[in-house]
Design a protein around this ligand. Structure first.
Ligand SMILES: [Zn+2]
Length: 264
């Protein structure tokens, strides 16, 4: 996601490359010596921050390259459940409003790096922010049509806190962060209870993890499996979410369709 957003801001003026590949599990990624070599040749390193990349602190210390945290300035939501309670929820990009702050941080960082192109970066940033704002409004309008009892988002990972905040959905997840994708019996039971109590019509899981634990919830309740959501990675270019804008659009459409009974 960060690579795509950065490319939109940089235009043709910078070469942008991601360390993690499409589809990778980003939280527990282990950088290779080749990754370190690649990063040491960079002029600038961007990371999400908020402890998203558990491996990143050590990685960035191992190379002598300036480093900018693109989530700086975002209003941070804490994880509320389990061992991670009280730590910042790292998935701040799952809000097209927050993504506008990411863009501002990138414009500033790129302008420091290449002052000659600062006007161009600012212009690209503004154009992309208009698309983000439009997308945010569309998503809000779509989700607004859901009746109260269907305004609940049940997912594998607790990655949707920011999206739930933006769109007024209640949120329930099996585990807070994908790095520990071993659902405990208590976590499954808790999700089942939530679905039953709230009569949630559909539940979801994310593209980078196994949906087995959520299928257990489906079998134990009246909820259907609403589909795969994208959070921690884009898809390949011929997949459903080759860009960040596609990712937010796809997730909002999938959620609305499943909760209103229009999905599989
Ligand atoms: Zn995640």
């Amino acid at each position: 996601m960060l690579e795509d957003i950065a490319e939109n801001v940089a235009g043709d003026r910078l070469r942008v490359d991601s360390i993690t590949k499409v589809g990778a599990e980003i939280h527990g990624y282990e950088p290779t010596p080749r990754d370190v070599a690649k990063a040491s040749e960079a002029d600038l390193i961007l990371d999400n921050g908020l402890n998203l990349e558990a491996w990143f602190g050590q990685f960035v210390e191992s190379v002598d390259v300036p480093h900018v945290v693109v989530s700086d300035g975002v209003e941070v939501l804490d994880i509320t459940e389990d061992a991670n309670a009280g730590k910042p929820n790292p998935h701040a990009w799952m809000s097209a409003l927050n993504a506008q702050i990411y863009v501002d941080n990138m414009v500033a960082a790129f302008s420091d790096l290449e002052p000659a192109y600062s006007a161009e970066f600012a212009e690209n940033g503004e154009a992309y922010k208009r698309k983000l704002e439009e997308l945010h409004q569309k998503m809000i309008n779509k989700l607004d049509s859901l009746p109260d009892n269907e305004r609940a988002l049940v997912s594998c990972e607790g990655a949707f806190s920011y999206l739930a905040r933006d769109s007024g959905l209640r949120e329930k997840y099996i585990w807070p962060v994908n790095a520990e994708q071993q659902a405990t019996p208590q976590q499954i039971t808790s999700a089942i209870e939530f679905v039953k109590t709230n009569e949630v019509p559909a539940v979801f899981c994310e593209s980078t993890v196994s949906d087995k634990p959520m299928q257990q919830v489906v079998r134990a309740t009246d909820a259907s499996f609403g589909g795969t959501l994208y959070v921690d990675s884009l898809s390949e270019s011929d997949g459903p979410v080759p860009t960040y804008l596609d990712l937010i659009r796809h997730d909002a459409d999938t959620i609305v369709a499943a909760l209103t009974g229009g999905a599989e």
